[in-house]
Design a protein around this ligand. Structure first.
Ligand SMILES: Nc1nc2c(ncn2[C@@H]2O[C@H](COP(=O)(O)OP(=O)(O)OP(=O)(O)O)[C@@H](O)[C@H]2O)c(=O)[nH]1
Ligand SMILES: [Mg+2]
Length: 388
């Protein structure tokens, strides 16, 4: 535990430290109609980070106010400044283009994302880079940790949106431990960014920050937060619109769903199992078998189909300790318990409801078995033993 930053841990197997001071750092600045801000920002950034290896990449979406032209003129005075231009597809996609360019074309060691409107103080980037040098993969400029603050000029509505948007994203998208998950001011180590596959992010608006953080964390990045003061923009107009807000609240749910892929696959495997169980039960009854004999055979058939799907699909990506034979034995034990529970439920229901449809009772008997089966298999038989 880092005593200066309670709640954050840095693992001992930290990668080699990044040189402090910004060597190989690429600042990525998305702009749309930032003509009043872009030159003062570039002047400040290039002045603060004098290292010849640093790069300053402006990603402009063909701003009608001439932002691109101003950047080109400035780039003529400092070769470290670059401009990427393209049609408008939102700042999320501007970041995707900019970060991919920083990694693949410029070969940056680290990327700093920063807004063009001086909401983020360029001088604070130094502290973020220092945290990378200390071994973090991601350092977030955070408004919501001790010492961080918001401009008092922010309206009550904007504060509420930011605070609750953050809480919502943290819990629903399962970004545990991060206080400011919508911050657009971060330093990120290039290898962590590569592992997160930033190029696959589809978000256009503020969801980009959540999607990126989600991917970084799931790829194993060490994330720390550094307090910042967030200033209201002085010049130019906001681009935060209703579309971006709506995208944000919908996309967070999508992240939740896809991050629980195992549960999703388990559910689909279960549905196939139910079809095998009830289908074979009906066939066996049709062949003239007694229901008390047809029931366990149908359950067994579904257990076999579930095992095959779990082994080759649901849990195929897991790193599992121990031998396959032991896993097979465990699976059999779980299956036996599942079969016993399911059959007991079927018989238990058949006694008080002798006239009920046997297929309906067989279906009811699946319910408690599914819960037992999932818990036992996910946390015992196919337990993931890869280091977290
Ligand atoms: N390339 C590109 N940049 C954009 C686009 N929309 C916003 N930006 C830039 O992304 C950064 C953040 O956008 P802002 O409009 O400041 O959003 P915000 O910080 O949530 O809102 P305000 O500070 O109130 O304006 C700024 O540098 C913008 O110029 C876009 O569609 N394309
Ligand atoms: Mg802004």
């Amino acid at each position: 535990m880092d005593p200066a930053h309670p709640g954050e841990t840095l693992r001992e197997d930290a990668p080699p430290a990044l040189a402090a001071g910004g060597t190989g750092v690429c600042f990525v600045v998305p702009t749309y109609n930032e003509a009043p801000n872009v030159v003062p920002l570039l002047r400040r950034l290039t002045g603060l980070y004098a290292d010849p290896d640093a790069a300053f990449l402006v990603v402009d979406d063909e701003s009608p106010d001439g932002t691109g032209r101003l950047v080109r003129e400035f780039a003529a005075t400092d070769g470290r400044v670059r401009l990427l231009e393209g049609p408008r597809r939102g700042f999320g996609q501007a970041y995707v283009r900019g970060m991919t360019h920083a990694l693949e074309t410029l070969g940056a060691d680290a990327v700093v994302q920063i807004d063009a409107d001086f909401s983020h103080d360029p001088a604070d980037a130094r502290r973020l880079l220092d945290r990378l040098a200390d071994g973090a993969d991601v350092a977030i400029g955070s408004r919501y940790v001790a010492g961080g603050s918001l401009d008092p000029r922010w309206s009550a509505g904007r504060r509420l949106l930011s605070r609750w948007g953050n809480r919502f994203a943290r819990y629903i998208a399962d970004i545990r431990g991060v206080r400011d998950c919508t911050s657009g001011f971060k330093a990120i180590r290039a290898d962590a960014l590569g592992a997160a596959r930033v190029e696959d992010i589809r978000a256009r608006g503020h969801t980009f920050q959540i999607a990126l953080l989600h991917r970084l964390i799931h790829a194993g990045a060490r994330v720390v937060e550094e307090p910042i003061h967030f200033r209201e923009r002085e010049r130019g107009r906001t681009k935060l619109g209703a579309r971006s807000i709506l995208e944000f609240f919908l996309a967070v749910w999508w992240l939740r769903l896809t991050s629980h892929r195992v549960l999703l696959k388990y559910g689909l495997t279960g549905l196939v199992g139910v079809a095998v169980n009830l289908g074979s039960f009906q066939v066996l009854l049709g062949l003239g078998l007694h229901k008390f004999l047809a029931s366990p055979i149908a359950i067994e058939l579904s257990i076999v189909s579930n095992f095959l799907m779990h082994n080759y699909w649901t849990f195929a990506g897991r790193v599992m300790a121990g031998r396959k034979r032991v896993r097979g034995l465990k699976y059999n034990a779980v299956s036996l318990a599942t079969l016993a529970l399911s059959y007991a439920t079927f018989v238990g229901l058949s006694v008080p409801f002798p006239r009920a449809s046997p297929v309906l009772l067989q279906a009811c008997a699946i319910v408690p078995a599914v819960a037992l089966n999932y818990l036992a298999n996910a946390y015992w038989t196919f337990r993931d033993t890869a280091p977290k």
